[in-house]
Design a protein around this ligand. Structure first.
Ligand code: ADP
Ligand code: MG
Length: 328
């Protein structure tokens, strides 16, 4: 069991940023409206994620750390209608197999909270504690028992950079949640939880980018796209500013990348890339995000519809056209 968890951990837990991602997604799935993420030493020695979500009921705490224990799928057909971010039930078992974890959680229906300590997959402490509703997950010394994997980590500064980019993506994709992000005790990012997308873009990228944005909006049945795209004048030397979210999830997609870059092509020099921040709402059956455990790659059922929508909305916005979606 423990060996399997350690191996499984290799799929889910690659580096501190992937731990943060799993813990934050659990917090979001638990309905949190405020989430605090703290890291030290790039997250290698310390990651703490605190949320005000529904907590884990006392009797379910050790269960949540077992492989494939998930509370999020109740029926087979649910797989087609996944709205929660995590559904494989392997994050907590994987993370706890390769770190020293401590959890404090309280569900509103419980009188007391629970403190649970699990190190390298071994349960150490399970006790009642006083705690507010919600969950704190603390992960110490990632890969302390898998030195070969630890060697693959980069410097603390680089690892912190990965976490920071993820936190920015989160803030952009979830304006309705208040995020607080601390690195080595210093506040790096704080969003209010009731800001609009442009305010969040301003908070992350600053004024120079924010004032060169064009709003976009596109809607046909089963698909809506909205957000902001940058004027060609704020082109960048890399693709880090091509942000897109499918149903609230930050993903990578060669198809979207191609549609975006083709639309910008007439305006761009070679090796320059645009700023875009696009949010796609696609009917759950038309999109498959379950192609890789870290859930970054996405597949669309109707590729040409997504491609054309993206290409057209950018082309029209750059040409200064009013956006009138086709009626289908
Ligand atoms: P999954 O998210 O795929 O269900 P995880 O291993 O990430 O699997 O989590 C296991 C279970 O632990 C979840 O299904 C959920 O019931 C519970 N859980 C984990 N984190 C939280 C949290 N922050 N708040 C409430 N419940 C949580
Ligand atoms: Mg999860």
């Amino acid at each position: 069991q423990n060996t399997i968890d350690k191996i499984a951990a290799g799929e889910v837990v690659e580096r501190p940023a992937s731990v943060v991602k799993e813990l934050v997604e659990n917090a979001i799935d638990a309905g949190a409206t405020a989430i605090t993420v703290e890291i030290k030493e790039g997250g290698i020695s310390f990651i703490r994620v605190t949320d005000n979500g529904g907590g884990i009921p006392k009797e379910q705490v050790p269960l949540a750390f077992l492989r494939h224990a998930t509370s999020k799928i109740t029926q087979a057909e649910d797989l087609l209608q996944i709205t929660s971010l995590g559904f494989r039930g392997e994050a907590l078992s994987s993370i706890s197999a390769v770190s020293q974890m401590e959890v404090i959680t309280k569900a509103p229906e419980d009188f007391m909270g629970v403190r649970y300590v699990i190190e390298g997959g071994q349960e150490k402490v399970l006790e009642d504690v006083g705690a507010p509703n919600g969950t704190t997950m603390l992960v110490r010394n990632l890969f302390f028992n898998t030195p070969a994997r630890k060697k693959f980590l980069k410097t603390a500064m680089t690892e912190a950079g990965y976490v920071s980019s993820y936190m920015e993506q989160l803030a952009l994709s979830h304006h309705n949640i208040s995020f607080k992000y601390m690195v080595n005790g210093q506040l790096r990012l704080h969003t209010s939880g009731n800001a609009n997308l442009k305010d969040v873009i301003y908070g992350i990228y600053g004024r120079d980018i924010t004032r060169e944005l064009l709003p976009v909006q596109y809607e046909v049945s089963g698909l809506s796209v909205s957000g902001f795209i940058g004027k060609p004048s704020i082109a960048r030397g890399n693709r880090n500013f091509e942000n897109y979210y499918i149903n609230g999830r930050y993903v990578k997609s060669k198809l979207l990348m191609k549609a975006i870059e083709e639309a910008y092509k007439p305006y761009m020099m070679q090796h320059k890339y645009p700023f875009v921040c696009l949010q796609y709402d696609i009917h759950g059956e038309d999109v498959d995000v379950n192609v890789h455990p870290t859930k970054m790659e996405v597949r669309f059922k109707n590729q040409s519809a997504i491609y054309n929508a993206t290409y057209d909305l950018i082309t029209d916005a750059l040409a200064g056209k009013e956006i009138i979606p086709e009626v289908s």
